[in-house]
Design a protein around this ligand. Structure first.
Ligand code: FAD
Length: 292
């Protein structure tokens, strides 16, 4: 199934993101997490590609597991900054052999100590290469609050048009906590001729450590309500867990109410958080439609 076709339907597209276990992580634990996520029947599960392509094999294997063992459509991430053309081809050949039909094509981040290869400078170049050789539904990344390398939001939006021209069929955003920049970004992208569905990425923040690691790296702006939540539950781990889930549910509902074509949850491989967020969204939507 081609993921981009889902956006033509009436229902919001609900998806989940996982990352392959780290070097000493358990693959069995990962399979258990994926099985729990699959029980939620998301429209698709995306599987990240380790920084610098370090977990390429595992990423393909997990995408294949999601498709063939769990019966959920996978979106396999692929980065190019540290890969030659032939290395990219090897991964794509393997994905084709596993009948994976959907790829999120990315440049990737520079990895300290790894010299970038010169075959692909940007995601749109990778997309053009893939579109010419493989029959895949391509997705791309976007940044409502700007990519750190960009000189301006306008330059970023221009790069999205290049992705569209290179064959991207839908976009997934970087995480953010304030919904206003997302909607302003949609207007800016539309004005620049970007017609692709832009699925917002939401990360439930349920632990203080996530703020230092992920939030700081993403440079997402923090609305007052978010900062207040963090201050209030700074010394109350259980309270932050519940409040973080509630914040993510409210954020998803506000995005959907504003017309977002779905939501993509950065699960951090935490099936309990994904389940609670999903049930929170589903319950609220059902109540709105008078089903409960
Ligand atoms: P690009 O689209 O190439 O953009 C990077 C910068 O270059 C931007 O500033 C853009 O405006 C500019 N630019 C783009 N095209 C051009 C051009 N033709 N000429 C000049 N400038 C240009 N990283 C991983 O390592 N593994 C993952 O699995 C992964 N998954 C991700 C999933 C999502 C949804 C998102 C949002 C990010 C993900 N990342 C992942 C992080 C991503 O690799 C980094 O943000 C990376 O720095 C940029 O990748 P990109 O594909 O957006 O790059």
């Amino acid at each position: 199934m081609r993921i981009h076709e889902l956006f033509a339907g009436e229902k919001p597209v609900f998806s989940l993101e996982v990352f392959p276990p780290k070097k000493n992580g358990s693959i069995e634990g990962m399979y258990r997490t994926l099985a729990e996520l699959a029980d939620l029947r998301p429209d698709y599960i995306s599987v990240t590609y380790g920084a610098g392509g370090t977990a390429a094999g595992l990423s393909c294997e997990l995408s294949s597991h999601v498709k063939h063992r769990l019966g959920i459509e996978p979106l396999a991430h692929l980065t190019c900054i540290n890969s030659s053309r032939s290395q990219v081809e090897q991964v794509l050949d393997r994905l084709r052999d596993e009948q994976i039909e959907n790829v999120l094509a990315l440049r990737g981040d520079r990895v300290p100590g790894l010299e970038p290869k010169s075959d692909f400078s940007h995601a749109d170049e990778l997309m053009r290469f893939v579109s010419g050789r493989y029959d895949l539904s391509l997705a791309g990344a976007c940044y409502p609050e700007g990519h750190p390398d960009s000189e301006s939001l306008q330059a970023d939006v221009e790069s999205l048009r290049r992705k569209q021209e290179a064959g991207a069929k839908h976009l997934v955003t970087q995480l953010f906590f304030d919904t206003d920049p997302y909607f302003r970004f949609l207007d800016r992208a539309a004005a620049a001729g970007v017609t692709l569905p832009v699925q917002p990425g939401v990360m439930p923040i349920v632990k203080l450590g996530q703020i230092q690691r992920t939030v700081a790296l993403s440079s997402a702006s923090l609305p007052a309500s978010f900062s207040k939540m963090i201050t209030r539950y700074e010394y109350d781990a259980d309270g932050l867990y519940k409040a973080g889930i509630q914040y993510a549910v409210s954020q998803c509902l506000a995005l959907l109410a504003g017309g977002a074509p779905g939501v993509h949850i950065y699960t951090m491989n935490n099936a309990d958080v994904a389940r609670q967020v999903y049930q929170g969204i589903r319950g609220a939507l059902d109540r709105e439609e008078g089903r409960t």
